[in-house]
Design a protein around this ligand. Structure first.
Ligand code: SF4
Length: 414
């Protein structure tokens, strides 16, 4: 980043925009999700990418950034930097390919959720991101539902599907576009997204496409579309192996294992990675997962391609661990990672430590009023409910989970 740019300057508003799974256009995925910061609500009306990107709202934000002014909606980045953690602002600046310091606004980068249609209802998800979760949530007991809705600040599911106008406007800007990030919902389950990928394969097959996918639904047709695209990066959401994976994601582990191997040998996939969301349910399965996938390491699934993202929802966060288990579990993670085939950056290890030992700076999601409920009660209710949804008990897989449930159930009975 150029030294003349202040701590409030960010390149992202000069390069692209994000459309999140709520159908809100915003500057980037970590831009504050408060309603008044949304640049456009696609559930209410349609518009084009150009109207947003070249509109007055972003223009003013760019001017403010160039004047070194504080931007309220960027507080997540500022807060991470204050805690010496890497921010999206810095990460993007380091990876930015645009020639030198050119900041002429141009749509080079889009981060798009095509819809919130998803075939899974994973434990750490919610109705903002998944239509299936919305169905699952209907049987959820009150304390757990209250915890979830307080954390995510939503009341009801809103189906989101991007309109033809916005999709066509992406194609109109395809020449300048360098990177299209696709999230969901589940992109490979969403017919609109698959049809859109097919169109890209006709107009700009060399475009770099980065996708976050649960890799459960990979049809022959999808693989054929991939064959016409030349630069696909897939980050598979896999947060466990065996029964732990199946409890967390509610789907068969062998199926995604098989799909992972199919992607691994696909000639047009340039990067394959794993995104592991660390929660109380898999903190004891993380090393097994890393070790299991080490056999697949190759030139596209390299030693840097497993990323750990600690979940911060209070009712399923890894800091629910009892004191008696914290040291042993963390020590095992550190020792085993050093021996493993993958490199987990020290900053990710630091966040794991912060979460397990409940160090404040792990919780940089601001303005979430999560003190309004007892998180252990919510965790127990959530776990018992999910045990009925999955039809087996996660505490039978991990003693440390059984210990938390027993301890806090006993306390309540005293
Ligand atoms: S400073 Fe952070 S929040 Fe603001 S636009 Fe840049 S990456 Fe997004």
């Amino acid at each position: 980043m150029n030294k003349k740019h202040t701590k409030h300057f960010c390149y992202i508003p000069f390069d692209g925009i994000t459309i999140d799974p709520r159908g809100h256009a915003q500057l980037c995925p970590v831009w504050s999700d408060e309603a008044d910061h949304s640049l456009h609500d696609f559930t209410k009306s349609s518009t084009t990418i150009e109207n947003i990107f070249y509109g007055e709202r972003i223009k003013k934000i760019r001017e403010k950034m160039l004047n070194g002014e504080h931007i309220n909606a960027c507080k997540y980045c500022y807060s991470r930097e204050q805690h010496n953690l890497e921010s999206k602002r810095i990460k993007y600046a380091m990876s930015r390919k645009r020639f030198t310091d050119d900041i002429t606004p141009k749509i080079k980068y889009l981060d798009i959720s095509f819809s919130n249609q998803c075939n899974l209802g994973c434990v750490m998800c919610n109705s903002i991101h998944s239509s299936h979760w919305h169905q699952q949530e209907k049987s959820m007991p009150e304390k757990a539902r209250n915890a979830l809705k307080t954390h995510y600040d939503y009341n009801q599911f809103k189906p989101v599907t991007l309109q033809k106008e916005v999709l066509e406007s992406i194609l109109d800007n395809i020449n300048d576009l360098e990177l299209l990030i696709i999230k969901g919902g589940e992109p490979l389950y969403d017919k609109n997204c698959l049809a859109f990928l097919d169109k890209i394969s006709n107009v700009k097959p060399t475009l770099k496409i980065r996708m976050v996918s649960n890799i459960t639904a990979i049809s022959k047709k999808t693989l054929e579309t991939f064959s016409r695209l030349k630069d696909i990066e897939i980050f598979a959401s896999i947060d466990g192996i065996g029964k732990t994976y199946e409890w967390i994601r509610g789907t068969n582990f062998n199926n995604i294992d098989k799909n992972f191997q199919r992607l691994l040998t696909h000639p047009n996939i340039s990067v394959l990675g794993i995104n592991f969301v660390l929660s109380i349910y898999n903190v004891g399965n993380m090393i097994d997962t890393i070790n299991y996938f080490s056999k697949y390491q190759n030139n596209i699934f390299s030693q840097n391609n497993i990323s750990i993202y600690p979940a911060i929802q209070p009712y399923l966060c890894a800091n629910l661990l009892l004191n008696q288990h914290q040291n042993t579990i963390f020590k095992t993670i550190i020792e085993e990672i050093q021996k493993s085939a993958f490199i987990i950056p020290s900053i990710e290890l630091q966040s794991i430590k912060n979460i397990i030992f409940n160090i404040d700076s792990a919780f940089l999601v601001i303005n979430k009023d999560d003190d309004s409920y007892n998180r252990y009660e919510s965790f127990i209710e959530f776990t018992n409910w999910m045990n009925t949804v999955r039809k087996f008990n996660i505490q039978d897989e991990h003693n440390y989970i059984a210990d938390i449930i027993n301890t806090y159930t006993e306390e309540n009975n005293d």
